[in-house]
Write a protein that binds this ligand. Structure first.
Ligand code: PMP
Length: 419
């Protein structure tokens, strides 16, 4: 009989060469508080490989210029680099056309763009917007603001005790009043991977468009927007090995043509007179002002890195780590795992009887183990599970079974302190 650890180790070895991957991430070599870094907070933001850092430095040293407005060498080069990332994103999510991809600052801004522009065009008093109890505040508050402005109503899909969306309830919430469905693909607080293809089918059967919050999906799953059929997909570069400051909004087909501009300014216009402006075609229409050119350019290196490793291998690796962590942490006395859906990404959320999650995270930090504690910007979900906060360990391609062991060992010391 092999142990879980041995089976897991063998699986990990087959799937990807984690030690080679780790060598690409300079920050993994730091020693916080004199201890080796065990970084288990990738759901908040991922670390960056040398390839991304190098691309950023190269951009500023050799390629920097403002895009779209110059005829000189550097302006043309920067424009080409910026557009190469758009093509890389298109390929990464299998969008049909680069004009379906707009750069924003982050997932939050992508959702706000849709809530604002779609809302202005299509949402009226009495209309309904369907979200879920497990949404990150980024995919809830923008819709609430829209509802306040328009008199629309928010309806929330409940979740089961295991942390799955209640699809029957979802079906019942869809009606002739529903204008849009906005749901997360993967829950940042539970790890649940939602059945997005089914969700899109159900909504489309009633003629309702679907926005997916892909902030926790894009880093971990192979994405094919044409297969899923969603109308909008929002995600952030910084959670998938890329720099901060880069968000993506995908809109299928002619959706961007049908939406009014989000922000006005340079680069999003066709002609301007004092009286009136006509707007550029998408994607420019939704990229007012100088974007975060350097970080968008460097983001291509992150996409290429993930493509080279392979998202299927990343997912298998995280599964193995999650399985091992769930067994080890879940078996500890007083531990309650929050989020036990069969389909999960690499997120382990838990509470420990008698210990506040912030205390858990603080003690773990003394061991060099970085986890997150709090409501994870999902307060309605925390209320649903009757806890104000959880401790959350999240895994990515550079984590190892040693990291899981370090987590377990550090958690034992929490027991000793609070025992
Ligand atoms: N949605 C989910 C599911 C998330 O996990 C996050 C980040 N924690 C966001 C949205 C917001 O992402 P950002 O802060 O990059 O806008």
């Amino acid at each position: 009989m092999t142990t879980v650890t041995e089976r897991t180790q063998a699986g990990v070895m087959n799937a990807l060469d984690v030690h080679r991957i780790r060598a690409d991430f300079p920050i993994l070599g730091i020693r916080p508080r004199g201890k080796p870094l065990v970084y288990l907070d990738s759901a908040a933001t991922s670390q960056k490989p040398r390839q991304v850092i190098d691309a950023l430095r190269r951009y500023y040293e050799e390629e920097n210029g403002n895009i779209h407005r110059g005829v000189h060498y550097l302006s043309e080069l920067a424009t080409a680099r910026y557009d190469e990332t758009r093509e890389a994103v298109r390929r990464f999510i299998n969008a049909a056309d680069v004009r379906e991809v707009v750069f924003t600052r982050n997932t939050t801004e992508s959702v706000n763009l849709v809530a604002s522009s779609f809302g202005q065009a299509f949402v009226r008093s009495g209309d309904e917007i369907v979200v879920s109890i497990m949404e990150h505040h980024s995919n809830l508050v923008p819709w609430q603001l829209l509802a306040e402005r328009t008199g629309a109503v928010i309806r929330a899909v409940p979740v089961t005790d295991r942390g799955e969306l209640d699809l029957e309830a979802f079906g019942r919430l869809l009606s002739h009043r529903t204008r849009i469905v906005a749901l997360t693909w993967v829950s940042n607080a539970l790890g649940t991977v939602n059945p997005v293809r089914r969700i899109v089918e159900m909504a489309h059967a009633r003629g309702v468009p679907v926005l997916l919050d892909g902030a926790q999906a894009a880093p971990h799953l192979a994405i094919d927007v044409q297969a899923v059929g969603c109308d909008f997909l929002a995600f952030s570069g910084h959670k998938m090995l890329g720099p901060t400051g880069v968000g993506i909004l995908y809109a299928r087909g002619d959706w961007f043509d049908r939406l009014p501009p989000y922000q006005g300014g340079g680069d999003m216009i066709e002609t301007v007179t004092i009286e009136r402006t006509t707007f550029a075609r998408p994607p420019s229409r939704f990229e007012a002002g100088t974007p975060d050119i350097a970080n968008v350019v460097a983001f291509r290196a992150a996409i290429e890195y993930l493509e080279q490793v392979g998202l299927d291998a990343v997912q298998r690796h995280e599964h193995l780590l999650l399985g091992e962590a769930t067994v080890r942490v879940g078996a500890m006395p007083g531990v309650r795992v929050i989020g036990t859906a069969p389909e999960k990404a690499g997120v382990l959320s838990f509470t420990m009887e008698g210990v506040h999650p912030h205390d858990i995270a603080t003690i773990l930090d003394q061991h060099g183990v970085a986890i997150r504690a709090g409501h994870h910007c999902t307060q309605p979900l925390m209320a649903r599970f009757g806890c104000g906060a959880t401790a959350r360990a999240s895994f990515y391609l550079y984590n190892t079974l040693d990291d899981v062991a370090a987590l377990a060992t550090a958690l034992e010391s929490v027991h000793q302190v609070f025992g």
